[in-house]
Design a protein around this ligand. Structure first.
Ligand code: HEM
Length: 168
């Protein structure tokens, strides 16, 4: 069976070792806390203003300010800064935290579209950092899609991804 990392690479088109190039540079030291706050604010402003209702509605039960804080604290922690996210929320456990959302390829592409725009429109992020961050985001988005799908499959072995019941 393919591992989640293998699936994430295949679906995202990003090799696992390229996704983890973010660990070779301390992006937190390079970019600073304010840049991560600006990036997440920019990202979620786009998500909450999204014209596509199907995507916007995925975030309907989250408060924008809380979502910004959750994401920027996670990014600071993951990219070499202090463990702000875990101090407040515990282990990231991102697959489990995304299981209630419709984690499809289409949703991943839309999420990535907004993150690409947010990266382009946040000042003080150099070209190389943008590339390695985007590779990490692409790989992680599809890792989460694969992880949530696998969990759902284990919970409901007779339900396929489209929700029909091939065992019946
Ligand atoms: C939270 C959707 C990809 C990191 C959330 C939330 C939603 C969501 C609806 C709740 C907002 C909140 O209350 O914080 C999605 C979708 C994705 C996606 C549809 C694409 C398929 C990602 C990726 C990352 C990520 C690629 C990391 C690089 C997070 C984090 C939280 C979060 C850290 C906060 C979790 C918490 O503390 O509860 N996501 N997400 N997400 N997402 Fe995603």
């Amino acid at each position: 069976m393919q591992s989640l990392q293998q699936k994430a690479s295949e679906w995202s088109g990003v090799e696992t070792e390229h996704a983890f190039l973010i660990d070779d540079t301390n992006l937190f030291q390079k970019l600073g806390l304010q840049t991560f706050l600006n990036l997440s604010t920019n990202f979620y402003n786009r998500v909450y203003d999204e014209e596509e209702e199907w995507f916007r509605s995925i975030f309907a039960s989250s408060e924008k300010e809380k979502a910004i804080q959750n994401q920027y604290e996670f990014l600071v922690q993951r990219m070499g800064g202090p463990p702000l996210y875990s101090q407040r929320r515990g282990h990231p456990a991102l697959i489990a935290r995304h299981r209630e959302f419709p984690m499809t390829h289409e949703a991943a592409e839309r999420w990535l579209h907004h993150m690409k725009q947010a990266l382009e429109n946040t000042s003080d992020i150099d070209h190389h950092s943008k590339i390695i961050m985007m590779n990490f985001f692409r790989h992680t988005a599809y890792f989460l899609v694969a992880g949530v799908q696998q969990n759902n499959q284990n919970l409901h072995p007779c339900k396929d991804a489209a929700g029909s019941h091939p065992c019946k």
